[in-house]
Design a protein around this ligand. Sequence first.
Ligand SMILES: [Zn+2]
Ligand SMILES: [Zn+2]
Length: 259
Amino acid sequence: MLTNFHTHTFRCGHAQGTPADYVAQAIRDNADCLGFSDHCPFPHDEIDTWSEIRMSPEEMPSYLEDVRRAAKTAPFPVYAGFECEWSSRYASWYTDVLLGEQGAEYLILGAHWLSRGRKNVYAPRLADADSIRDYFSQTLEGIGSGLFRILAHPELIMADGLGWNRELAAGFADIIDAAMAQNMPLEINGYGLIKPPVQTAQGMRLQYPVDEFWRLAAQKGAKVICNSDAHTPDYVMRGAVNARNYAAKFSLDVVETIF
Ligand SMILES: [Zn+2]
Ligand SMILES: [Zn+2]
């Protein structure tokens, strides 16, 4: 089976292509299932939710409508969802608006930030032990909310070159345990596989996925899903294949679908 549940569109402002473009490519690539998960909008309030990298709340109906229209052209199921950040203040936004009123079919947790008052700090920029601990706590809370079907790029925090150490391993062990308790697959992210490598104290490596993390996930027997995180239509299924090739290096319990 060839599936992908992590797809962006032009609406987030840093990806290209319409839902129709992605579906057309997925048809050419013999996909069995496709899910759209563009960065969710947030209500306008005093918090800086990085509006420049996401659709506005006003655009949400058009996004979902575009996905549903494109779905009609596919010989396989196409699902409409969102990639979301966690903050408890948005719990009802997710349940009542995105999943409720708007009828999104799934949400994935892409924990890109650590909330600090009105600001949100990008995870790879976190360097000190306290911030990293806080980031893990916030992510654990998101996993525990039960609202999300996939934990996207779990090792995003390592993207700027953070080295593997005992504290990080302990934090990731908690993340993996929590995801397993929710029956939530961890994502091998195909987008990371085409990003420029990063310099670390231990030499060059991919920003993500990070081998140490996936060895730990394999050891624990976590469920894993291989997604492209496509930001261009050409990569919609190619990235999902790349992620599967990466997964093959470990003995991971790979699942093909969340539905
Ligand atoms: Zn994105
Ligand atoms: Zn994404």
